[in-house]
Design a protein around this ligand. Sequence first.
Ligand code: GRG
Length: 295
Amino acid sequence: MNEKSKQQIEEYKKIIEKHLDEYLEIKYPEKIWESMRYSVLAGGKRIRPVLTLEACKAAGGNIENAIPAACAIEMLHSQSLIHDDLPCMDNDDYRRGKLTNHKVFGESTAVLAGDALLSFAPQIILQKTPKTVQPAALIRVLEEFVYNAGAERLIGGQVVDIDSEGKQISKETLDYIHKNKTGALFKLSLRTGAILGGADEKIINALTEYAEKIGLAFQISDDILDETASLETLGKTPGKDKEAGKVTYLSFYGMEESKKRLDYICSEACDILLKNNINSDILIGIAKKINERVN
Ligand code: GRG
C-alpha cells in the first residue's frame, strides 16, 4: 500500500472515532451509555467501517454519505463482540486489550448494552445520513443491515458455531459458520459503501465477491492467530478454539496448507478488483494486509 493510502486509512479512522464518540454521547440512564461507549470506543482495528468508506469512494461517491452507516456497522460489530464474550457464549475476559464488557459492567448491563447498540445503529443511519441521499438507497442500506445482523446471517452463524462446539463438523458446516459469523459483516460493509457511493449493480456484485474472499481470509487468519499469537498482540485470549473443542480451518487443512490457502484467497480478492476496474490501492492493500495479519 502506498504512503498516501496509509494516510487515507488513518484519516478514515479519525473520522470514524470522532463520529462514534459524538453519536454515543452520554444520556440518561448513564450506565447503559457508558457501557456502550466502553466497548465501541475500545479501539478496534475499524476494518469494517474503513471498508465502507473506501467502497463508497471507489464507487465515485462522497464519503460524507457513508459515515453514519459505517459507524452503525462498527456498532453492530461491537455489539456482536460484547455478546460473544458473555459467559453463556464464548466466555472471555479480554477484548480489544481490555476487560470484557460484562467483567466491568456486569452481565445484565452487557446484554442490554449489546441490545441497545443493535437498535441504536439503524437509528443513526436514519437520523444522520445526509438528506441528499435518495430514500431508495437508504432503504436498501437498512435492509442490508437488518438482514446481515439477523438469523439468516450473523446470528445464524453464531448459533451453528455454538452448536458445533466439541463436534466433528463437516467442511460445509464450517463454511456456513465462516460465511455468516464473519463474512456477513464484511459483505455488509462493502455493499453499504457501494450503495451509498452510487455504484451500479456490476460494481456492487464485484465488491460483494471481494468481500466474500476477504471475509473468508480474515477468518482463516483468525484461526491461525488463535494458535500462534499472544494475548498482548491479539487483545483477546488466544487458544480459545482448542479449549472449546472447536473445529477450525486448521483442523481440516493444517497450518501450512491454511497459510497457502489464505495467500491464494487474498490474491483472488485483488484479482476481482482488477478485473472489474475498481481502482483502489486501499482495498488491494487491505486484502494483502489480511494475509500478513498479526492481530
Ligand atoms: C444479536 C445481531 C446479534 C448478534 C449476536 C454474538 C453474535 C450474534 C455473533 C458473534 C459473531 C462474532 C464474534 C464473530 C467473530 C468475528 C471476528 C473475526 C471478530 C474479530 O474482529 P476484528 O479482529 O476485531 O476486526 P476488532 O476488535 O479489531 O474490531
